[in-house]
Every structure is written in C-alpha cells, then in structure tokens.
Design a protein around this ligand. Structure first.
Ligand code: HEM
Length: 398
C-alpha cells in the first residue's frame, strides 16, 4: 500500500451491518442511507468487502474495468470459479468478442421480431385476469410473461420449462456470500447448469433462438462449448431480474394511484415509469467486483485484492444525484439509473426486459382503470429484490 492509504476511522464503523442478512435484504434502504451519508466507500467487516455507496463513485468504478475487474462478480469464490470464462466475469480484451456473440440475438433488430408476440401475449394475459377480477400480480403476470418469453425464445418445452422459474431464482441466490441461502440454492442452480450444458439442438424448438445458437456453432462462427454457456446466461440473467422489475413497478403503481392515473392518461410516460421503478427498486441491489490495484475514492483507499460491492440500490437513491430520491415520480424519467449497470458489462438484455415490462404496462393501463392490492410479501434473496405475492383485490376495468 502507498503512504496515502489512510482508511478513515469511519470506514469500519458498521459492525452491525451484514448486507446479506434477512433484515437488510428485506429493507435495505435505511442502511444504504446510513452508509452513503458516512462515505462514498465503506468497509463492511461482516462481509469482508468495500461497499460503494454513492452514484458518482459507482459509475466511475463501472467505467474502469482495469481497476474494478469482473473476475469476482459473485460474493463467494466457488461461484466465481464456476463462472470463469463467461461474458459476465471476463475483462477486456477477451470480453468484447464474447459479448458480441452473446448480444447478437438481443439486438434491437432481433427484438423487433419479438415485439408483436410479446405485446399480444401480455394483452391476452391481462384480458383474462381482468375477466377473473382477482389475481396475483406476481404469479399471474410478473412471473408468467417472462417465463413464456424466455422459454419460447430458447425453445424449451416439457419438464425443463417447468423448472425455469426455480432455476432462475437459484442462479442469482448462489452469487451471494457463503451463507445458508447460497448453500441451499447450489443444488438447484446446478440443475440449470447441468441442463444448459447438456441440451442439444434437437431438444429445442425449431426456429427458436436456442436453435440459432447451435446453428451458428455448426457454421463454425462460435465454439460448440459456448452454446450451453450462452443458453445458461439467458436463463440465469434474464428471468429473476425481469420478474423483479415488473413486479416492483406494478407494486409502486398500486401504492401511488395518482402516478398510475398519469400513465393511464398519457401512455408516452410508460417507459419513464418503468425507468423510475427500476431506479427506486433495482432488481439487483448489490453486485461484486475485484479491486485489482489500490484505488482512492473520495479520500478512502481500497487496497488491491479487495472485494468491492456495488450498491446499485444506494447509488440510485443518492441525493447528490437525484432530487427527492425516495419519491416515486413517473415523470422523472431517470434514464441514467444504475440498475442495468454501466460501461462494457452494462446489461445485454435490457432491450428484452424493457419490451416485456412495457407490454405489461401497456396492457394494464389500457384494460384497467383502477386497481388495489392486499398485503404483499417479498422473496428473501441474496441478490435480487423482488416480490413473492401481490394480490390484486379490487379492480375496475377500463
Ligand atoms: C430488468 C431486468 C434486468 C436487470 C435489472 C439486469 C441487470 C443487469 C446488470 C446490473 C448487469 C451488469 C453486470 C455487471 O456490470 O457486471 C447485467 C448484465 C447482463 N445482463 Fe442483465 N438485467 C436484466 C435483464 C436481462 C435479460 C432479460 C437478459 C437476457 C436474456 C440479460 C442478460 C444480461 C447479460 C448477458 C449480461 C452480461 C453482459 C456482459 O457482461 O457484458 N439481462 N444485467
């Protein structure tokens, strides 16, 4: 370390904080506010990591892969080892070509072909739910649509399709520290890993994107070993996150009927409402990096070799960047929120997630004038912040 390496007295001032305790996972924001108020970087002893708390520091770190390496995005080394060689955990220069292959099927051109089907499916789902009158906004909408979209996209049918929801949830949970939740989820995440790496082209529906990946390998454009890895990443990265984002924005709109009325009256605000939902309730609250060399952020030095935690959920509520940050305002349109990351690893699937969420919001606002919800419950996950139940108890059709 250099002579400058002065860790302020404040940096170890949070012996009570375990970022992955049930209590903080269920309600992280008061703790995030304390940490953010204290410093841009704080050492969390219980998790042996340095947490980045403020918007500017987070964005700068994500823009600097030479120092903030993706070799450790998970908070346990068994998973970092298992993910070695994936796009997510690879630094430049190898990252670029891998990302190009991975995002080919997620480009705006590819997504345009999917829009009609996704819109129609969401509309049919909402029409049926309005007919029913009472339903669960998570099971029947936030989970149902991404399951349909991702399974069809990859071309999964039969038993594996039934497993996708639990596989997607476990794939995120195992990125946490070596706690009980991580241990319990390893076998389920292993099922997904095993399936994705053994699935063959003939198991997948003809014309699906999954098939297209195998076709590309047959043409010699990518290595055959890459196919399973890509399919694994679509399921692992694309399910739990999208589900969380749709459920969270519906819950926020239910809690703020005036904001729902604004987007119902003016559909041009739908995209802004989704951005605001993503800002206020990021599907991924915390994410990892490995610090490759000593780095100083607002006066605190993080020593080389440390693990860093990027607190998306804190950066998105940084009062230095957003005015009145704890308030849900659909007209704010925070296009610069951090929930999809930033820089070279910025979410490759955000176009798809947005397509799904906007399909749901469009159908909802077109078919439902007003709705109210009963008591909700949360999933306690190491990594994703999502609802488990959100019962719609009253609804007035438009
Ligand atoms: C609302 C939904 C989503 C959220 C909030 C989200 C969030 C994120 C974040 C924060 C990252 C950056 C990770 C990093 O910097 O290390 C990321 C990367 C990624 N996401 Fe998403 N994601 C979502 C949906 C999706 C979907 C639907 C897919 C694909 C089907 C997907 C595929 C990926 C991939 C492949 C990467 C890695 C990109 C790279 O390393 O270059 N994501 N996502």
């Amino acid at each position: 370390m250099t002579a400058e390496t002065i860790v302020s007295a404040d940096t170890d001032a949070f012996p009570d904080v375990d970022l992955f305790s049930d209590e903080i996972l269920l309600d992280p924001y008061p703790t995030f506010a304390r940490l953010r108020e204290s410093a841009a970087v704080v050492h969390i002893e219980a998790n042996d990591l340095w947490a980045l708390t403020r918007y500017d520091g987070i964005r700068d770190a994500l823009a600097n892969p030479e120092v903030f390496s993706s070799n450790k995005i998970a908070f346990n080394d068994q998973m970092n080892e298992a993910l070695r060689g994936t796009t997510l955990t690879t630094d430049p220069p190898a990252h670029g070509p891998m990302r190009a292959v991975l995002s080919e099927n997620l480009s705006p051109r590819s997504l345009r072909k999917l829009k009609g089907d996704i819109d129609a499916k969401a509309d049919a789902m909402v029409a049926e739910l309005v007919e029913r009158g009472r339903f669960d906004a998570i099971d029947d909408l936030a989970r149902a649509l991404p399951l349909h979209v991702v399974a069809d996209l990859i071309g999964v049918t039969g038993r594996p399709r039934e497993n996708i929801l639990r596989w997607g949830e476990a794939a995120f949970n195992v990125l946490g520290p070596a706690n009980q939740r991580t241990a319990e989820n390893f076998p389920v995440a292993g099922e997904l890993f095993g399936w994705a790496h053994h699935v063959s082209a003939s198991d997948l529906t003809e014309g699906s994107m999954g098939r297209a990946i195998f076709d590309a390998a047959d043409r010699g454009e990518i290595a055959h070993e890459t196919c399973g890895m890509i399919i694994h990443q679509y399921v692992a990265a694309g399910m739990d996150t999208t589900i969380a984002s749709i459920g969270n924005v519906i819950a926020l709109l239910a809690a703020h009927p005036d904001q729902y009325e604004l987007i119902r009256q003016d559909p041009s605000l739908l995209s802004a409402a989704y951005n605001e939902g993503l800002r206020l309730e990021p599907p991924v609250n915390t994410w990892g990096r490995l610090v490759k060399e000593d780095v100083k952020i607002e006066g605190t030095v993080i020593p080389a070799g440390s693990r860093a935690a990027i607190l998306f959920g804190s950066g998105n509520r940084d009062e230095r960047h957003y005015e009145d940050p704890d308030t849900f305002r659909v007209e704010r349109n925070p296009v610069d929120h951090l929930s999809f990351g930033y820089g070279i690893h910025g979410c490759a699937g955000q176009g798809l997630a947005r397509l799904e969420a906007l399909a749901v919001l469009t159908a909802l606002t077109r078919r439902v004038r007003r709705f109210s919800v009963g008591a909700s419950s949360r999933v306690v996950s190491n990594m994703t912040r999502s609802l488990d139940k959100l019962p719609v108890v009253e609804l007035e059709a438009a």
